[in-house]
Design a protein around this ligand. Structure first.
Ligand SMILES: Nc1ncnc2c1ncn2[C@@H]1O[C@H](COP(=O)(O)OP(=O)(O)OP(=O)(O)O)[C@@H](O)[C@H]1O
Length: 274
């Protein structure tokens, strides 16, 4: 078990769980300026606003589940994923992760722009704790999947965003992950590459029992991979159920919020007129 992000080292994870969140809260401090931020390093008494990006979130994802995270901009989806991968830490609560995590959070994350695509395969693999001979065994499959041709031996800084997505995807899906985390990256790339990624992820989920966690604004894409959906609103879970139920809930939530916003705008306009 890899206890990636937890504020309590004694916490236990049940055998069939891949990810457990127990009352997890993540707060960000918003300072007025850099001077205030700097002073806060030395003093606890510097006042600032606090934003709860994730608020008392509690859930379990079992091994082999494919789960979509829905929520509007700023709902806390990326923060939640970053805590699973250990990029950021919870302010309160516990997170336990059991399995090798492969995460595609930002297209450029984990690449050195000066290294070639091939060198970056090794760079990423090493960052994930793999040995060079292990990476060498996977290299042909990664190169084949990425379909970058001669660009595989060119520096990544010369890649388009779609090419970076291909390389990132090729690495992440071919390094035999136990938990695969993808944040929106599927929205980049052409249709045939997207189809290839869809097939590969479905293969990993259906035949290799990996756990898949997916963040997207596209309910259609989510429905292609996931059987469960969790809806976040202002950092809190407001719905957790089957993919169809969660999509219906999310769409309804968005519609209601948009109508409310329109109504308020209209009311403000009318007040100004009279
Ligand atoms: N490093 C940070 N410092 C301060 N606030 C942050 C930081 N990172 C995120 N936030 C805030 O936390 C909240 C949640 O952000 P997050 O990026 O997790 O949302 P999201 O659901 O992934 O949004 P999107 O769909 O736009 O990517 C937002 O209000 C955001 O402004």
């Amino acid at each position: 078990m890899s206890n990636i992000t937890t504020t309590n080292d004694n916490i236990e994870i049940s055998g069939d769980s891949a990810i457990e969140f127990r009352h997890v809260t993540k707060e960000y401090k918003l300072y007025k300026n850099d001077k205030q931020r700097f002073r806060a390093i030395f003093s606890k008494h510097v006042k600032c606003k606090v934003r709860k990006a994730v608020n008392d979130v509690d859930f379990t994802i079992r091994k082999g589940e494919a789960v979509a995270l829905f929520g509007r901009n700023g709902a806390g989806k990326s923060t939640l994923l970053k805590m699973i991968t250990g990029v950021t830490y919870p302010t309160k609560g516990d997170i336990v992760v059991d399995g090798r995590v492969s995460a595609l959070l930002e297209l450029t994350a984990g690449f050195d722009p000066e290294f070639t695509g091939r060198e970056n395969i090794y760079f990423r693999g090493q960052l994930m704790g793999m040995k060079n001979d292990e990476i060498a065994k996977l290299e042909p499959a990664i190169v084949d999947f990425a379909e970058l041709g001669d660009y595989m031996d060119q520096p990544v800084r010369t890649y388009s965003s779609g090419m970076k997505a291909r390389l990132g995807f090729a690495i992440n899906v071919n390094i035999e992950p136990e938990i695969l985390i993808v944040d929106e990256a599927l929205s980049v790339g052409d249709v045939s590459f997207k189809n290839k990624c869809t097939e590969k992820i479905n293969d990993l989920v259906n035949n290799y029992n990996i756990t898949f966690l997916f963040v997207t604004h596209s309910t259609k894409v989510a429905a292609e991979f996931c059987h469960r959906g969790i809806v976040l609103k202002k950092g809190a879970i407001v719905f957790d159920g089957t993919i169809d139920e969660s999509i219906a809930y999310y769409k309804d939530m968005v519609k209601t919020e948009d109508e409310e916003k329109r109504r308020k705008k209209q009311a403000a306009k009318e007040v100004r007129l009279f």
